[in-house]
Design a protein around this ligand. Structure first.
Ligand code: PLP
Length: 406
C-alpha cells in the first residue's frame, strides 16, 4: 500500500495535535455558554477572551477589534455587506461604488455580485501576467462614490501577494481629502504564511479563517478597525459587541486562538522550511517534466503554493491519476453539470490590454500543489516518483488536444 501525501493545504489543513489538546476540554467538561453568568459561562467567556487576544496578536490588532465568525466566508460577507456606504445611509441618488479584483475568492466575488444586483457599481480590476493588481489601476478606478476597496492579500490558487500596503497608503490619501472610504482585505490565505500587520497594511477590515492554520473548520474572524461601524448580518443576540448574533463556538474559537499563537511563534521557521520544499518541488518538476508553465509571480507569493500548468493534459485528469497513487492536489476549477471549466483565476492573467495571456491548453492543465507544516522532503520525493510518469501517460492518451491548442 502506498503512503498518502497531502498537498492540498490551501483547501484546508489538518488540525494540529497541540490545537486538539487545547480545544478538547471545551468539548467535554468546560461546556458553558460564554453569555451565561454562572461559573461555566465565566469559564467559557475567559477562554473566548484569551483566544481574542491570541488572534489579535497574530495581526498586531487590539483584542476588541476582533469579531469571531463561522469562517472566512462569513468574515468577507460581514465586511462587504456590513460596512455602510455614505450614499446609501443618506438616501442619496448617487450609485455607491466598490473596487475589487478579478481574482477574488468567491466569498468576495459573490458578495460583490449580490451588491451589483442591489444597484451598487463594482469595478473588477484586472491582474497582469504575474497575477498582481496595479496600484495605479486602483487609483484610476476611484470615483467620488467609491466607499469600499476589497482586494485580497494572498490568492488562494496562485498564492500571489497583492500590493496591499501600497493600496492602504492610497486609501489613506483619499481619506485625507475628505472621502469616506474603507479598505478590506481577505487575508485567509496569508495569515500564518507571511507577516500580516494591520498597522502596516492600514486596512479597516481583514478576514481570517482558522482551518487554513491547523485549527478546525467552521471558525474565522473579521478584524474591524476601532471606529468602523458595521451592520450585523446575523441578527439575534448581542454577541461579538453586537456585530454578529449567535452563540460563540467556544471550542472552535479556543482552537483558533491556540493555532494563531502557534502560527505567530513558528512563522519565520515554517515559512523558510516550506519555501525551500516548495522551491525544490518546482525546480525538480521543471527538470523532469517538459512543457510546464509556472503560474503567478515567482517572488511576490506565499511560500506554500506552486501552481503549474502541464500542457497537453486536463488538470482534472492529472488530479485523479495522482489521487489514485495517494497524492492529493487540486485544480481550483469548477466542475459543473458535466462541463469542466478551467480556473477563472488562471484565465484572468492578462496583458496590458486586459487580454488573457493564458491559452486554453495552459488554463486546462493547471494544478495547485499547496504545502503545510506536516509535509516533508520524502513527500516531494514521492511526487517526483509518480508525477513524470502520470503526465507522460496522460499526454500519450490525449495527443490530439495538445496539437489543436498548443
Ligand atoms: N477567502 C479565501 C482567499 C479562501 O481561500 C477561502 C477558503 O478557501 C475563503 C475565503 C473562505 O474561508 P472559509 O472556508 O473559512 O469560509
Amino acid at each position: 500500500m502506498f503512503r498518502r501525501v497531502y498537498l492540498d493545504n490551501s483547501a484546508t489543513t489538518p488540525v494540529a495535535p497541540e490545537v486538539v489538546e487545547v480545544m478538547m476540554p471545551y468539548l467535554t467538561e468546560k461546556h458553558g455558554n460564554a453569555s451565561s453568568i454562572h461559573f461555566f459561562g465565566q469559564e467559557a467567556r475567559a477562554a473566548v477572551d484569551k483566544a481574542r487576544h491570541q488572534v489579535a496578536a497574530l495581526i498586531n490588532a487590539r483584542p476588541n477589534e476582533i469579531v469571531f465568525t463561522s469562517g472566512g466566508t462569513e468574515a468577507d460577507n460581514l465586511a462587504i455587506l456590513g460596512v455602510r456606504s455614505p450614499h446609501v445611509s443618506k438616501g442619496s441618488a448617487q450609485q455607491p461604488h466598490i473596487i475589487t479584483s478579478a481574482i477574488e475568492h468567491s466569498a468576495v466575488k459573490a458578495t460583490c455580485q449580490e451588491l451589483e444586483k442591489r444597484g451598487f457599481a463594482v469595478t473588477y480590476l484586472p491582474v497582469y501576467e504575474n497575477g498582481l493588481v496595479r496600484v495605479e489601476d486602483v487609483e484610476a478606478a476611484v470615483t467620488d462614490n467609491t466607499f469600499l476597496i476589497t482586494i485580497m492579500m494572498a490568492n488562494n490558487e496562485i498564492g500571489t501577494i497583492q500590493p496591499v500596503i501600497e493600496i492602504g497608503r492610497l486609501v489613506k490619501q483619499i481619506r485625507e481629502k475628505g472621502q469616506k472610504i474603507y479598505f478590506h482585505t481577505d487575508a485567509v490565505q496569508a495569515i500564518g504564511k507571511i507577516d500580516v500587520d494591520i498597522e502596516e497594511i492600514g486596512c479597516d477590515l481583514l478576514s481570517m479563517s482558522a482551518h487554513k492554520i491547523y485549527a478546525p473548520k467552521g471558525v474565522g474572524a473579521l478584524y474591524v478597525r476601532r471606529g468602523v461601524r458595521l451592520k450585523a448580518q446575523s441578527l439575534g443576540g448581542q454577541q461579538e459587541r453586537g456585530s454578529r448574533g449567535g452563540t460563540e463556538s467556544v471550542p472552535n474559537i479556543v482552537a483558533f486562538g491556540a493555532a494563531a499563537e502557534m502560527a505567530k511563534s513558528e512563522l519565520e521557521h515554517s515559512a523558510a522550511t516550506l519555501r525551500s520544499l516548495r522551491n525544490s518541488l518546482e525546480s525538480r518538476i521543471g527538470e523532469t517534466v517538459t512543457d510546464v508553465v509556472f503560474n503567478g509571480d515567482r517572488e511576490n507569493r506565499i511560500p506554500t503554493v506552486a501552481n503549474i500548468s502541464f500542457r497537453g493534459i486536463e488538470g482534472e485528469g492529472l488530479l485523479i491519476n495522482l489521487d489514485m497513487q495517494g497524492i492529493a492536489v487540486s485544480t481550483g476549477s469548477a466542475c459543473s453539470s458535466g462541463t469542466l471549466e478551467p480556473s477563472p483565476v488562471i484565465r484572468a492573467l492578462s496583458d496590458n490590454d486586459d487580454k488573457s495571456v493564458v491559452d486554453e491548453d495552459r488554463a486546462r492543465g493547471a494544478i495547485r500543489f499547496s504545502l503545510g507544516r506536516f509535509n516533508t522532503a520524502e513527500d516531494i520525493d514521492r511526487v517526483l516518483e509518480v508525477l513524470p510518469n502520470a503526465v507522460q501517460t496522460l499526454r500519450r492518451l490525449a495527443p490530439s488536444r495538445r496539437d489543436q491548442t498548443a
